[in-house]
Design a protein around this ligand. Structure first.
Ligand SMILES: Nc1ncnc2c1ncn2[C@@H]1O[C@H](COP(=O)(O)OP(=O)(O)OP(=O)(O)O)[C@@H](O)[C@H]1O
Ligand SMILES: [Mg+2]
Length: 322
């Protein structure tokens, strides 16, 4: 039964255009079997939302959905995060630690930014997927796990394979069913419905009265390129809702909202001489500016900042930048 959207505990997958309709049908078909699914798409296209929708429609829905962002965890810690470790496995291991595979037993493990898993660890992941068992660091016997894996990436995995950064066998194992989320600019027909959905959702969240979007304003939104995809659209509508002075959002008001720039970073005063603190502030400010310039696209922001995508995500987490 399709109602134009799938209820997913607290969230819904909005969009009645052909791309979203086809995607929804595919989600319903892959939800039941334990098949591994690979969700690809640009930043902000809804990859995590889709992974959650698959879990919530699957027979595993009563069990855990465990999400891990492989780019946000330092490479040397990822193995113990995923597979766990036993007491004494290394200096800091003062007790056993259950890995995320075991934590997701009976449920779904969402491996976000899967392309960032170091190549040395990829073979261990492949083994876990093939054998259905994991071996915690420092332990000799494997543990059986019943986990459905959904992976996501914004990278072009065939290109990563060609560059020697991703194992081809792992790619085929992950992409048993590939789900491709088209960028928002390729499905402008979904923009008005998404925009009205976000306006209503944020009105509710902020305890504000409902605000209406004029048809002209909806059409203007649909004509935008949205490099940050659905997340960027959502942010614009949250800002519009918060700043709206009346019950209607029209084209004029929208364009004033969309041209607003994030504030400039603070500069250290001469009484503040800590290099460490100033460096952190400078870094956080540059990251915010880069994200502002790229409208939230982290891959492009990392390029501007001349740091790796992984380093950017790590610093964003450290400085509380979302
Ligand atoms: N079809 C949709 N309907 C409703 N909300 C959506 C839809 N697609 C995306 N969103 C919302 O947009 C935001 C971004 O989605 P999500 O986090 O799933 O994207 P993502 O592809 O995982 O992004 P990233 O690559 O940056 O991690 C979320 O708030 C999500 O709820
Ligand atoms: Mg995501």
């Amino acid at each position: 039964m399709v109602l134009g959207w799938i209820p997913v505990t607290t969230q819904v997958l909005v969009g009645a255009g052909p791309a979203m309709t086809a995607l929804r049908a595919l989600i319903e078909r892959v939800a039941e079997p334990r098949t591994t699914v690979l969700v690809t798409g640009e930043s902000g296209t809804g990859k995590e939302l889709v992974a959650k929708a698959i879990h919530d429609l699957s027979p595993r829905r009563a069990n855990k959905f465990v999400a891990v962002n492989c780019a946000a965890i330092p490479a040397n810690l990822l193995e113990t995060e995923l597979f766990g470790h036993v007491k004494g496995a290394f200096t800091d291991a003062s007790r056993d630690r259950v890995g995320l595979f075991e934590e997701a037993d009976g449920g779904t493990l969402f491996l976000d930014e899967v392309a960032e898993i170091p190549i040395a660890l990829q073979s261990k992941l492949l083994r876990a997927l093939q054998e259905g068992e994991v071996t915690p660091v420092g332990q000799s016997t494997p543990v059986r796990v019943d986990v459905r894996v959904i992976a996501a990436t914004l990278r072009d995995l065939p290109a990563e394979i060609a560059a020697g950064r991703f194992r081809e066998d792992l790619y085929y194992r992950l992409a048993v069913v590939p789900l491709v989320l088209p960028p928002l600019r390729e499905r402008p027909e979904d923009v008005p419905e998404l925009a009205r959905f976000f306006l209503a959702r944020h009105a509710q969240r902020h305890g504000r009265p409902a605000v209406e979007l004029t048809d002209d304003a909806a059409a203007a939104l649909a004509a935008q390129p949205w490099p940050g995809n659905v997340r960027e659209l959502e942010n614009v509508l949250e800002r519009a809702l918060v700043l709206a002075e009346g019950p209607v959002v029209d084209v004029a008001f929208l364009s004033s909202v969309m041209t607003m720039k994030p504030a400039a970073p603070p500069t250290p005063t001469d009484t503040e001489l800590s290099i460490k603190k100033a460096t952190r502030e400078l870094e956080a400010g540059l990251i915010r500016r880069a994200l502002g310039v790229t409208q939230g696209n982290r891959t492009n922001a990392a390029k501007l900042l001349e740091i790796s995508h992984r380093a950017l995500l790590y610093k964003m987490k450290e400085y509380g930048i979302s």
